[in-house]
Every structure is written in C-alpha cells, then in structure tokens.
Ligand binder design. Structure first.
Ligand code: AMP
Ligand code: MG
Length: 414
C-alpha cells in the first residue's frame, strides 16, 4: 500500500502526463483584474516602467547632500520642497536642502534624506541632530524592478499581493487559464438532499456540498453530478456525464470493499486504469485514483472527514495541475504536543487537532476528542490535523510533532 506521500506523487505524475497529452492548447480568458482573485495567470505580468519610477524618499524629512550633513549639528538653507506628485524643480546645491515628503522624488543634487524627527526648521534653515549617510531613506529608481522585467510568471495564482502588483503595473485586465471543471458525484442509497427530512436510517448528503466547496476554494469550477444510488446503471449514467462535462472526477463513497461499493467496478467498465486503490492513511484508506477517458478520477471514501482529508491530499494537487498552477505544498508545520498521544498502527493518522500559539510564540497542538471519520461535529472545532506517522505511535506531552493546517476551512488558525 502506498504512503500518502507516494500516492500524492503518483497523482501529480499521472495528472501532469494527462495534461501534457491533451491535444488542444489550454483555454484562457481575459478578465477584469478586480474579478480575477484566485485565478492563475496565463501570461506573465511585466513591469511597465522602472519601480520606483524615480529616486523615492521613504520618509518625511529633508533631502540633503550627504557630505554637507555628515556630522551631527549641520545647518543647511532650506530652498524648497518636494511632495508626492510634485517634484522640486531645481537642483539641491552645496549648503542647501529641501523639505521632502514620503513617496516624493529626491531632486538632483541630493543623495540622502534626514528624517523630520531629527531636524529643526527655523528661519529658512534646517539643523540636523544626526549625521546623514549617502543613500539613506532613498530607494533609487529601478531598485525594486526595471521596466520590462517579469514580475509574475505565467502559472502564478492571483492572491492579494499578486493583485496589488498587477494593479501597480496597470494591468486592468489579465489573461488567465480557464478553471478546471471538476465533477463531484456522491453515492449512497442512504443519502437524501440537504433540504429533505431524513428517515430514521437516512442521512443528508453533506459531502456533495463540502467537496463542491473545496473545488471552488481550490480554484476549480464544480459540476454537481448529484447523488447516485448504489446501483450500476445510475452510477454509470452519472459518471459518463461527468466524463463528458468535466476535466476531472471526484466521487465520494462506494470505494470500500463492501457489497454495495460499486464505483471501481463501474469505472473499470468505462475503461479506467487505476494507479492505487488504497493508501496507508486513516482516515482515508480506501481512496482510489485512476484515469478514465484521459481524465484524472479520484474515488474518495464516503465518511465526511475521510473525504475532506483525501481531497486535500490528492484532489487539490490534481486541480492545481489542471489549473496551470504550481502544486501547492501541504501546509505542514511542527508543533509541541499539549498532551501525550498513543496511536498504534501501520498507517499515517490524521487526527483532528487544534493548534494555538503557546508561550514564547511556539505552536502547540492538542488532539480533539472525536468519534472517528464521520464526526464532523468534532472537526468543526479543529484547525489542523495532527499527523502521526506509522513509525512513531507514542508521544509524550511536550514532544514535537507535525501538523497539517486545514486550508480554506474558515474559523481556522488563531
Ligand atoms: P461509504 O464510503 O460509501 O462506505 O460511506 C461511508 C460512510 O460515509 C457511511 O456511513 C455513509 O453513510 C457516509 N457517507 C457516504 N457518503 C456521504 C455523503 N455524501 N454525505 C455524508 N455522509 C456520507
Ligand atoms: Mg456508500
């Protein structure tokens, strides 16, 4: 059985190959920048001019010739001002200075800015209590970026910083890759719609919505295939539709070894080739990955927490690749255990946990009580999973362990 790392690598390898095999070039669209958050650039963002475009003062103060004010106590004639948007028109000569504001251009002649906090202006002269050094409080033209320089490569995902940068260089519109269409199918005779009143042995189909939400948050476009009965014909019909309409399939439930777990059989009928049908993780062991009609197909176990963990581990990297983006690494960090942990077994465990900042700024992790992989109530209190590897199953309080932060789940990391 593959470890989660090996299984993830397999997903990445196969999905990259599938993307490569596609005949047609990736579909792109041009969007207004304001509507493009989370999208993946199809073209690089280029600096339209030097940044900063002029020698820029980073402080309010006085622009001087450093050699005139090298020693504390220098006094210079103040001959004008430069403010953001309006430059001083002349040159700062020997024995002279000008008032300058943050973001304003440093005029020719000046090569240092003395902060206003260290200066006194009286009767047209500024006196400085600190000496000036050449270049201080100035960012020279082009130091951040030169005109024509690539600032963001194609494949970068537009987060807040990337949006700000694209705005800075005047990209009112951006060319981005179309989001991959990810079909989500839930399965199970016991499931009813969210709005329905379940019978005594029925449950609501929460995974459909959870996985569609994960698709959206992860940069895909969710295509709902509804819920299939545990029955060959219905499964087949819906999977066929998914293969026609989407770039990737995510199925939940019906992948274990029970009599009514029929997903693999139907996918095989549809010509799927499988790369794994189990992973050494708990929850999530029965996860299945294959290719069918040139598209990646993931079968995730039906228990809600299993489906969420396996989505993060295996579906997200496949979506990243189909999006034209870099695969986002798992958000893993080391934290100190708040309590001892005993978890025997040969699988990597993902235990709902809460990470918080303890004394000294260190991350501390507590495992939450839970009733297994159906316990979404417990998961709603978690902001991470404690990752317990198979080779170490006993931990003392205070030991370091790895945690996987939950991405995009809201109420998260505090
Ligand atoms: P399965 O993987 O189909 O054997 O399902 C395992 C467990 O997860 C069962 O208790 C199911 O009722 C539950 N389950 C399966 N699919 C869903 C779903 N879409 N929403 C909520 N629970 C589900
Ligand atoms: Mg089922």
């Amino acid at each position: 059985m593959l470890s989660y790392d090996e299984a993830r690598r397999k997903v990445i390898e196969v999905t990259s190959a599938l993307k490569h095999e596609r005949q047609h070039p990736p579909v792109t669209e041009t969007l207004e920048l304001a509507r493009a958050c989370g999208r993946v650039l199809a073209q690089p963002v280029i600096a339209d001019r030097d940044y900063p475009p002029f020698d820029r003062s980073t402080r309010d103060g006085f622009a001087v010739r450093a050699q005139d004010a090298a020693a504390p106590g220098a006094s210079l004639a103040c001959v004008g001002e430069s403010k953001a948007g309006t430059a001083f028109s002349g040159t700062v000569g020997s024995g002279e200075c000008i008032e300058i504001m943050t973001g304003a251009a440093v005029p020719p002649g000046a090569d240092a800015v003395v902060m206003v906090e260290f200066a006194q202006l009286a009767e047209g002269r500024a006196t400085f209590e600190r000496g000036a050094e050449r270049g201080q409080n100035i960012v020279p033209r082009g130091r951040e970026a030169c005109a024509g320089q690539e600032l963001l490569a194609a494949g970068a995902r537009l987060g807040v910083t990337e949006m700000s940068l694209a705005a800075q260089v005047g990209q009112r519109n951006v060319n981005v890759f179309a989001r991959p269409r990810v079909a989500v199918l839930s399965t199970g005779d016991e499931l009813v719609e969210i709005a329905a009143t379940p019978g005594p042995l029925q449950i609501r189909n929460s995974n459909g919505l959870a996985l569609e939400t994960l698709v959206t948050l992860g940069g895909g476009e969710a295509v709902s295939l509804g819920n299939a009965a545990d029955e060959l014909a219905d499964l087949r019909r819906r999977l066929e539709r998914g293969l026609q309409e989407a770039d990737m399939l995510v199925i939940t439930g019906g992948v274990s070894k029970g009599k009514y777990d029929l997903v693999e059989a139907v996918l095989a009928e549809l010509g799927a080739e499988f790369f794994f049908d189990a992973v050494a993780i708990r929850p999530g062991q029965p996860a299945v990955f294959g290719r069918c009609a040139g598209k990646p197909v993931l079968g995730l176990p039906g228990n809600p927490i299993s489906s969420m963990v396996t989505f993060e581990l295996f579906a997200q990297p496949a979506m990243d690749i189909l999006s034209g983006a870099q695969v986002q690494p798992l958000l893993m960090l080391r934290a100190r255990l708040a309590q001892p942990v005993r978890e025997k077994g040969k699988m990597t465990r993902f235990l709902p946990a809460r990470v918080r900042q303890a004394g000294g700024g260190e991350a501390e992790v507590s495992v939450l009580p839970w009733q297994g992989s159906g316990d979404v109530v417990a998961l709603s209190q978690a902001n991470a999973f404690l990752v317990v590897p198979p080779e170490k199953s006993e931990w003392e309080a205070g030991e370091y362990a790895m945690v996987l932060l939950r991405r995009g789940f809201g109420g998260e990391w505090c």
